[in-house]
Design a protein around this ligand. Structure first.
Ligand code: HEC
Length: 164
C-alpha cells in the first residue's frame, strides 16, 4: 500500500544510477530514509489500531461506504446518511469513507462539519469506529503522518469552468 508506493518511487531514481558492484538498497534500508521517525510511527499506529481497514488505497480512503458509529454510536444522528437516499434501514448512518489526502486542510470534519480540529476528529474516529482510545502521543504521531499527505491540488481540478 502507501509505504510500498513511496518506496517504489524512491527506489526508481536510485536504480537508474545503481552501478554494478553497488547493491541496490533493500526496502528495509530505504524505509529508514522515507519518513522521519514520528511520521513513520504515525503510519504504523494508523495501520495497527485499524484505521487502514477503511482508509486505504492510493487516496487513503474514498473507496467504500461505512457506518459512522460502527462500534460506539455516532454523537449526532440527525443526518441518517445513505438511508435518506436508498431507504434501506441497513444504510442508516452509512457515509462515504473520505480520502485523507490533504486532510490537514479539509476541516471542519465529518459529514456535518461539526468537528473543528483534526485532533478531535481522530479521537472521535478511534472511539466510534474502533472502540479505542488513542494516547496523546498516538494522536500526535498519526497527525504527523497525516500531514505528509498534504500536497497541492492539481490546477485542472480547481480551475473554474470557462462556461463555453
Ligand atoms: C469502519 C471504518 C472506519 C475506520 C476503522 C476509521 N474510519 Fe475514519 N472515517 C470513516 C467514515 C465513514 C468517515 C466519514 C464520517 C462522516 O462523514 O461523518 C470517516 C472520517 C474520518 C475523518 C474526517 C475526514 C474529513 O475530511 O471529514 C478522519 C480525519 C478520519 N476518518 C480518520 C480516521 C483515523 C485516524 C482512524 C483510526 C483511528 C479512522 N479514521 C478509522 C470510516 C472509518
Amino acid at each position: 500500500m502507501l509505504m510500498e508506493e513511496a518506496l517504489e518511487y524512491l527506489a526508481r531514481p536510485l536504480r537508474r544510477v545503481a552501478i554494478p558492484d553497488v547493491p541496490i538498497p533493500t526496502p528495509a534500508v530505504l524505509e529508514q530514509f522515507v519518513l522521519p521517525n514520528e511520521e513513520k510511527a504515525g503510519f504504523n499506529t494508523f495501520v495497527s489500531v485499524g484505521c487502514a481497514a477503511c482508509h486505504n488505497g492510493p487516496y487513503v480512503g474514498g473507496g467504500m461506504f461505512q457506518k459512522a458509529g460502527l462500534v460506539n454510536p455516532w454523537p449526532d444522528t440527525t443526518d441518517v446518511g445513505r438511508e435518506a437516499v436508498t431507504h434501506q434501514p441497513a444504510d442508516r448512518m452509512v457515509f462515504k469513507v473520505p480520502s485523507l489526502r490533504n486532510v490537514e486542510r479539509t476541516g471542519p470534519y465529518f459529514h456535518d462539519g461539526k468537528v473543528a480540529s483534526l485532533d478531535s476528529a481522530l479521537t472521535t474516529m478511534a472511539h466510534a469506529q474502533l472502540g479505542k482510545q488513542l494516547t496523546p502521543e498516538q494522536i500526535q504521531q498519526i497527525t504527523a503522518w497525516l500531514k505528509t499527505l498534504t500536497g497541492d491540488i492539481p490546477a485542472a481540478y480547481i480551475t473554474p469552468p470557462t462556461g463555453s
